[in-house]
Design a protein around this ligand. Structure first.
Ligand code: AHR
Length: 656
């Protein structure tokens, strides 16, 4: 693949040197038009498609604390007998956050009894890897049940095992580590009990050793690496509609997602039964990935944290419940306390919690989002009160508001008008539309008001069929259209300050919504065509926008060509992005007007496919992926052949 494309590119360069340019593209190298915010390209994380539980949160046991609606969902009883059994006990009066546990009873000592956990569509187990099993347990009086833990392959072979002998009558955490001797994406965990008596068990957990930064109970390293490779400017979390909840009761409440994992109050995931075509009744939020971990993740990947909070409105596509205005205070208090949790000192109430969780330094929160995808007068009313309270206490915190699910229409126009009147700072716009919309809207921000709020292009993805269609594909046609649109976002970085594709992640067997940027199964993961588009923009951001015009106009689709230019003050490089959305090759003749002396070699990265339907997959993860190489810079005019359906990034260094 690579060799072929290097040969091809070399051929193209030689053709280019003979081509006679007609209309030139002029880049004004020494006249930057606007600064590009470091936050320009970021990521939007939502626990949809098993992105958190069953995904990036590396826990392998599903329903580890028996809190799903059906307490034994995900579990099977092995060798049931009238003298053995599992009893689910609910102690909600004394432990409302984690009320249930399982009592395992064996009346006769010879009985063999066990329970088995299926994992999230199986458990991904790797040979040679150490696994950490843990459980909260207590023996009943006179009981001495022993526990044997077995990892069992899909073929029924034991591929790892360990033993525990819980001794005491009080709850205690017991741990055992063992190494797996085979790889299997679909293993399961069997837990056998021997002896006579009764043993209480809760928080039955299994983690691989190779989590991100080897943190116990941490995140899947391959998935975090894919995020880190994007070099995102921000991490928006935790959604998405799960912020709002299907009803207010099930909204995301950050305070219930911090502290000891066993004290985090599980709730149903809003995507659980959202779509008839993709029912996922076993989808819950354990909050093992909670707000502390989100802040930590943002820090790890060098992204600004951008938490989005409920504004007292449940998902308007579902119950659309709203909290009365005179009962909004607890919601606002949550926002104020969150700033304290992230930034407060050890002697503040919530700063102290962060310190106790192991992060003495502040997380340096600078932005907060109020409401996810709300619309109507109810939103504006609530946003107004939130904004006033946050600004009164934390004037330095930037507030993100939103215009609802559609980037045009009555609700959008209303929200936009009202938010302008309220001097909103950053406004989130969402675009789920067909590829043609994205091509057409490459000029969307060329005439946006420069003196009003900044844009957060917070959720975008070209839909190959239509929104929420289960047949949507992450194909090259969509990715290319997004690249074209993104040249418009970049050209208008003066107004557009943050951008993120959505949704971010999906399990190949556990998804609800397509398309998604990153796909994974229990062992592997890959970036889609769209991922590589995002990566090429984000990794080639630059610090200033350069004017890049053909016949005095921005390139917004003339002859199928879209383009934007930036300059990176840190590296001294001119960065050009060119999208040829047409089916014919064409030459871009780019004049670097005002350029100083240029380095002899530049770098060119091309992402292309002659087949617009082409998609990456678990089996072929890099079918559409960038190919990078050096080229000889022959002067201040670049003649670059652009392949049909291609996205090209050129970097040329100015030497002083
Ligand atoms: O990205 C999927 C969903 O799309 C988000 O949860 C929501 O904000 C939007 O409707």
């Amino acid at each position: 693949m690579k060799i072929i494309s290097i040969v091809l590119t070399a051929m193209l360069f030689s053709i280019c040197s003979m081509a006679q340019p007609e209309q030139k593209i002029i880049v004004k190298v020494n006249q930057p038009t606007a600064a590009i915010q470091p936050t320009m390209w970021g990521v939007f994380f939502e626990d949809i498609n098993l992105a958190a539980d069953g995904g990036i949160y590396a826990e392998l046991v599903k329903n580890r604390s028996f809190e799903f609606f059906k307490p034994l969902m995900g579990w099977k009883i092995l060798k049931p007998d009238t003298t053995t059994g599992v009893l689910i006990i609910n102690q909600s009066e004394t432990n409302p956050a984690n009320p249930r546990y399982a009592r395992i009873s064996i009346a006769e000592s010879e009985q063999s009894f066990g329970i088995s956990n299926e994992g999230f569509r199986g458990m991904g187990i790797k040979t040679g890897m150490t696994y950490h099993f843990s459980v909260l347990a207590r023996q009943s009086a006179g009981s001495a049940l022993k526990v044997r833990i077995e990892l069992v392959s899909s073929a029924g072979k034991i591929i790892g095992s360990g033993n525990l002998s819980p001794e005491v009558k009080d709850w205690k955490k017991y741990e055992v580590n063992f190494t797996a001797n085979a790889t299997d994406p679909k293993a399961k965990l069997n837990i056998w009990f021997e002896g006579k008596g009764a043993l209480d068990m809760d928080m039955i957990s299994l983690f691989p050793d190779d989590t991100w930064k080897n943190r116990p109970g941490g995140l899947r390293a391959d998935l975090v690496q894919l995020l880190a490779d994007l070099k995102p400017g921000f991490l928006r979390f935790p959604g998405g509609c799960i912020v709002e909840g299907r009803d207010l009761e099930n909204r995301y409440q950050w305070k219930k997602t911090i502290g000891n994992v066993e004290d985090r109050h599980l709730i149903v995931n809003r995507w659980n039964t959202e779509f008839k075509h993709r029912q996922t009744p076993d989808y819950f939020q354990t909050f093992g990935l909670g707000f502390f971990e989100y802040f930590q993740l943002a820090e790890d990947i060098d992204a600004e944290p951008l938490p989005i909070l409920s504004c007292g409105m449940a998902c308007q596509f579902n119950t659309a419940e709203v909290v009365p205005m005179d009962q909004l205070d607890p919601y606002i208090q949550d926002a104020l306390d969150l700033v304290e949790f992230a930034n407060g000192t050890a002697d503040s109430k919530w700063g102290k919690v962060r310190v106790q969780m192991g992060h003495p330094a502040p997380f340096n929160l600078k932005m907060i989002g109020i409401g996810n995808e709300q619309w109507g007068t109810q939103y504006i009313e609530r946003y107004t009160v939130f904004a006033k309270a946050i600004k009164a206490k934390y004037p330095e915190i930037k507030i993100v508001s939103g215009t609802g699910p559609s980037p045009e229409g009555k609700d959008f126009d209303y929200a936009s008008k009202e938010l302008k009147k309220l001097n909103a700072e950053i406004v989130d716009e969402h675009y789920y539309a067909n590829p043609e919309w994205f091509l057409k809207n490459a000029s969307r921000y060329d005439n946006y008001d420069r003196n009003s709020y900044k844009i957060f292009a917070g959720e975008y993805a070209a839909q190959s069929i239509n929104t929420c269609n289960p047949e949507n594909q992450n194909n090259w046609k969509c990715a290319l259209a997004e690249a074209a649109f993104m040249t418009g976002l970049e050209r208008n970085a003066e107004v557009v300050n943050l951008c993120s594709y959505a949704p971010l992640m999906a399990h190949v067997e556990g998804w609800q919504w397509k398309p998604d940027l990153i796909w994974f199964d229990n062992l592997k993961s890959f970036g889609t065509d769209n991922y590589y588009v995002q990566k090429m923009f984000s990794n080639n951001k630059g610090t200033q926008v350069l004017s890049m015009l053909k016949e005095n106009k921005p390139l917004t689709g003339q002859d199928g060509l879209f383009a934007s230019g930036t300059f990176d003050q840190n590296s001294g490089e001119i960065i050009l992005k060119l999208v040829n959305a047409g089916d014919k090759a064409q030459t871009a003749n780019v004049v670097l007007d005002g350029a100083k002396k240029l380095a002899p070699k530049g770098k060119i990265t091309v992402l292309k496919s002659d087949d617009l339907e082409r998609v990456n997959s678990i089996e072929q993860p890099t079918l559409v992926s960038p190919v990078e190489q050096e080229f000889i810079v022959k002067g201040k005019t670049i003649h670059q052949e652009l392949a049909p359906y291609s996205f090209t990034v050129i970097r040329i260094k100015q030497v002083k």
